[in-house]
Design a protein around this ligand. Structure first.
Ligand code: BEZ
Length: 214
């Protein structure tokens, strides 16, 4: 009987794996030590939407480094295809994909992470994004279909929202961007509620209060 492995969900420990990548063999848990990792898949090398997306990640190299985050791409292509594509994009545009790209030719990583979604394609990974924290926990997952490219601003915003939420023990409202007010956790006792009423928090109701981080 075929064993069914569940894809990781938010809050799960990211499944570990060893993979052949464009920067050499990598053990994911080692790569993830002490840093955030954005693990993302693309359907195929030498395709237009994927080229724009991978270039977008490469151009944000300094943003991700500044925010303690490493990148790791993946597709079900050979290491030779990856190397040829990286070289071709660099020669045409001057943009170098310096982050590792997994050659998941046996589909083991894409299957484990639910990146293969047969209703969309039996042979190509969908556009998945897993944001994984330095403790190895999956914190946010996005899936896009083959014909719609992702939004780099949203990927960056999500990463900063997670990091800010962890640091300040708060939640982020609709469309939050850095510098905007954050949501303060609701009071857990009647006494805390009475204290809140006297505070200078921006309050819509007792359970919906915002504060500035500055
Ligand atoms: C693209 O990246 O352009 C693409 C890849 C696979 C299917 C459709 C589009």
């Amino acid at each position: 009987m075929e064993q069914i492995t569940l894809m990781p969900r938010i809050g799960d420990i990211a499944p570990d794996f060893e993979a052949v990548t464009t920067t050499g063999k990598i053990q994911f848990s080692e790569y993830n030590k002490g840093t955030w990792v954005i693990l993302f898949s693309h359907p195929a090398d030498f395709t237009p939407v994927c080229t724009t997306e991978m270039s977008g990640f490469a151009l944000e190299k300094e943003f991700f480094a500044r925010n303690n985050t490493k990148l790791m791409g993946l597709s079900i292509d050979s290491i030779h295809a990856h190397i040829a594509w990286v070289n071709a994009v660099y020669e045409k545009t001057g943009v170098l994909f310096e982050f590792p790209i997994i050659a998941d030719i046996d589909m083991s990583v894409s299957k484990r992470y639910g990146m293969l979604q047969p209703g969309e394609s039996e042979t190509a990974a969908v556009r998945a994004v897993f944001i994984i924290d330095p403790e190895g926990k999956v914190r946010l997952i996005m899936y896009y279909p083959l014909n719609v490219g992702r939004n780099m601003e949203e990927i960056k915003r999500s990463l900063l929202a997670l990091q800010t939420s962890d640091q300040h023990k708060c939640a982020m409202p609709l469309n939050w961007t850095p510098g905007e007010k954050v949501i303060v956790p609701a009071p857990k006792t009647v006494e805390a509620l009475q204290e809140r009423k006297k505070s200078d928090l921006e309050m819509v109701d007792w359970y919906l209060a915002k504060r500035s981080l500055s």
